[in-house]
Design a protein around this ligand. Structure first.
Ligand SMILES: NC(=O)c1ccc[n+]([C@@H]2O[C@H](COP(=O)([O-])OP(=O)(O)OC[C@H]3O[C@@H](n4cnc5c(N)ncnc54)[C@H](OP(=O)(O)O)[C@@H]3O)[C@@H](O)[C@H]2O)c1
Length: 363
């Protein structure tokens, strides 16, 4: 804080999850202090952090120096430090003051009970974690009825959610949403289209760090399905995850294998996947792993897209969402670009925090 701090509004922030995105967010908040003071007369006061093992709090505001130490300790040891309190919903619910923005950068649904208290406690919510919005429909309803932002749950910092909200608020009728929502599956689909064997494409994507250590977490399509479900629910479709049609790029009998066994046996899928790629790419179609939200239904699957379709035009490791609406029918509205990465995601979360702080009022 500087000598101008008396002119600043303070907004309390509590960050759930201190992994890649959570740490990048805290670094970005610290380095943007001057910018936030100048542009918004705002000081984001981080009062607590939580990882899976516990919570670190200082209700007076954790100093930037201490935040730096916590980032360093967490990066080196995997833990926040010795002063932490075990993670407990009841503790957070009783301790967090009204007006706090809870920022969920975790990758678990254990945060849901805390988030569902937000309405009663007068907290705001910012989510990078899609599990609370793609879990039970009642969770989605509970979270989206309070002041909340979740831009980075679909396409990282790309303004997909903001655009959809603008379309919905303006009374435009969204008829269809199509998307390429997984950079990893986009990359693998492009390799298949180029005639590369499926096993080689998966090994290559894994070596480049595009997949999770267990590539089945990407190949199963569930992450893309969660994003599509969030968009569908925003359109008012009352769907649960089991209503979403999800094409997995490996058969379920391979679920029981260890990661090494799977990587060894993945070549079994070379022929069927090559056949499927050939079928789908007839007549110059491009192979994409697509999401489709239309007519009350939601699906994610490998598909061949024709030359008219914008999904065929993106760099395959990028993400794209295309809205066909009453006003954007002949030339649908498309948003595309980098749809993953911890730094860019953190920047989107920070944008949401600032937007929500302004909505809640600069106090
Ligand atoms: N990375 C991206 O490109 C990207 C893009 C868009 C959205 N997202 C979403 O952003 C979130 C964070 O991603 P990431 O890459 O930072 O993942 P990450 O590095 O795995 O971090 C996840 C964090 O959640 C913490 N956590 C687990 N259980 C918790 C609990 N009960 N309470 C509090 N924290 C808990 C973990 O704790 P430990 O450190 O103790 O394990 C870890 O710090 C995920 O939901 C992801 O889907 C990521």
């Amino acid at each position: 804080m500087t000598e101008t701090s008396s002119h600043l509004s303070f907004r309390r922030i509590f960050v759930l999850g201190f992994g890649g995105v959570g740490r990048a967010l805290v670094r970005q908040i610290i380095s943007a202090r001057e910018l936030h003071a100048k542009r918004n007369r705002l000081y984001l006061q981080i009062i607590g952090l939580a990882d899976s093992s516990g919570v670190y709090v200082d209700f007076a505001g954790i100093t930037d120096q201490r935040l730096g130490q916590l980032i360093e300790t967490k990066t080196k040891t995997g833990r926040l430090g010795v002063e932490q309190i075990p993670f407990s919903t009841s503790y957070l619910v009783s301790a967090l003051p009204a007006g706090t923005i809870i920022v969920d950068t975790s990758a678990t649904n254990q945060t849901v009970p805390v988030l569902l208290e937000a309405g009663r406690r007068d907290w705001g919510i910012v989510l990078a974690n899609k599990l609370p919005l793609a879990g039970e429909l009642a969770w989605f309803d509970g979270i989206t009825m309070v002041p909340a932002r979740w831009e980075t749950t679909v396409g990282a910092a790309l303004p997909v959610i903001a655009t959809l909200n603008t379309l919905l608020n303006s009374g435009d009728h969204v008829q269809r949403i199509e998307g390429s929502l997984s950079g990893t599956l986009g990359y693998i689909a492009a390799q298949l289209e180029a005639g590369i064997r499926f096993g080689d494409a998966v090994r290559d994507a894994r070596q480049r760090g595009y997949t999770e250590p267990d590539p089945r977490q990407d190949l199963g399509g569930l992450d893309a399905a969660r994003k599509a479900l969030i968009l569908a629910r925003m359109l008012g479709y009352r769907l649960e995850m089991h209503d979403v049609s999800v094409e997995s790029l490996y058969p379920s009998e391979m679920d029981g294998l260890s990661v090494d066994e799977f990587m060894h046996e993945v070549d079994r899928l070379n022929e069927p996947m090559a056949r499927r790629a050939t079928e789908l790419t007839r007549a110059g179609r491009k192979l994409r792993y697509t999401a489709l939200v239309e007519d009350g239904a939601c699906q994610v699957a490998l598909a061949g897209v024709d030359s008219q379709n914008k999904l065929g035009t993106i760099r395959t490791s990028d993400s794209m969402v295309v809205f066909t609406t009453r006003f954007y029918r002949d030339n649908p509205l498309a948003i595309s670009g980098r749809g993953a990465g911890q730094e860019v995601t953190a920047s989107g979360v920070l944008g949401d925090i600032i937007g929500l702080s302004r909505e809640l009022g600069l106090r």
